[in-house]
Write a protein that binds this ligand. Sequence first.
Ligand SMILES: Nc1ncnc2c1ncn2[C@@H]1O[C@H](COP(=O)(O)OP(=O)(O)O[C@H]2O[C@H](CO)[C@@H](O)[C@H](O)[C@H]2O)[C@@H](O)[C@H]1O
Length: 472
Amino acid sequence: MEILHVSAECYPVAKAGGLGDVVGALPKYQNKMGHQSKVVMPMYRTKFLYQNQFDVDFKGRTHIGDYWFDFTIIREKTRKLGFDLYLVDINGLLDRERIYGYHDDTERFMAFQVAVINWINHWEHKPDVIHCHDHHTAMIPFMIQHCYEYNRLANVPTVLTIHNAQYQGWMGWDKSNYIPAWDPWKGGLLEWKNTINPLACGIRCAWKVTTVSWSYLDELKYMSNGLEALFEYEKGKCVGILNGIDAEVWDPATDPMISTGYNPDTVEEGKAASKKSLCAEFELDEQNPLIVFIGRLVGEKAADILPDAILSALYSMQGKVNFLILGSGEPHIEWQLNQLKGHFPGNYNVFIGYDEALSHRIYAGADFLLMPSRVEPCGLNQMYAMKYGTVPMVRNTGGLRDTVTDMGDWQGWGIRFNHASVGDVTYSVNRAVEAFADKEHLHWMRQHMMSIDHSWENSVQQYINVYQSIKP
Ligand SMILES: Nc1ncnc2c1ncn2[C@@H]1O[C@H](COP(=O)(O)OP(=O)(O)O[C@H]2O[C@H](CO)[C@@H](O)[C@H](O)[C@H]2O)[C@@H](O)[C@H]1O
């Protein structure tokens, strides 16, 4: 099958979080199974752009409202990522340093989507599936079905994968002219609670909708930032497919970003070496259990409770535990986490920023990875942690519930708790410290977690089944 993924992120081209990881891996594994899977994404000013060679594939001109723009589609020459990668260059809109966070993100991603369908409309053939990811690309199913100009594509099946329903891309009705002229009878598909809601529109118009875990799909029916009724209504076309992890990038035996490679047989030596250098780098006492957090510092990840929870845990454990944080996000959380640094030298450190290589060193060197997320559609961090023999400490929600068991259960290997609260985190830290002292059990958990298969092959087949089910 020919599958075209449309996404705002794709690792290693541009990544802000888990969406990038998934779109960098899923097409590669689809191709390994004999399909023809491609990715199209915006051309940002990233290192990848300057370090690789591209051919021009297409040049076009189109508009959002009365703003006309030229665009160019370029294709990476060598196919080194394991799939054809196409970048959309829209001068002045997409060619920026960051992926998100500009005042005109609505215009940027609308222009991107319109350029993409304009390009596909010029293909001599049609793809078997257009696979959209999150709200930045969720208007495509509506546009190809109901915009007059793109009628030729109306019967191309579309799939929308929801990686995160918290962000929906809301825009006011004054921006409705960004959408190419559409059948006025279909205007209701755009509307949700008095705004144009691209995610809601995508859920209504895509032929199938997938979420990145089963439990998240269930949760969306009663907690989805205003779309609960829609998920209940559309449940018949929704499927939960758990993300995999890319073993070519995330494997402690072959990871070039860590100094000492290890496998389940050598996990103790390997992790000890990684921990030693990590603790030296961040001036932490390597004898203590090391609990880490990696991620966006936002409410969804419950990063706001980290300062108080760490404070409480350090007092309660009388300094017999260490914390290391890697993340960036809301300024007040960054500030609070930085403030803590001076108070607990040797027990606590933080790196504010985004650093891919450091994240690998931390997964390898840590003993426990904390994820108190309020919302976690799938979560990749806990799966990376497990692959690196690091015990996950997770709130019982979404994909965390689907991938981590509690060590108190028979053959369990992680720590689960119910509330994103200081109390639950402190109690879990107590459990972690006790687990760290029981070296035999810790070793069993490490070996067991490392042997769990989270590879993409299984999930790829489930996506193919979804595509097959909507073949015209
Ligand atoms: N400061 C930093 N430095 C280096 N690396 C950092 C970093 N902050 C985050 N990362 C990395 O970004 C990724 C985060 O992925 P997650 O899946 O856990 O969350 P995210 O909310 O971004 O993804 C959303 O989409 C994914 C994919 O579907 C879902 O798993 C998830 O639940 C959903 O919220 C990991 O690779 C992590 O190592």
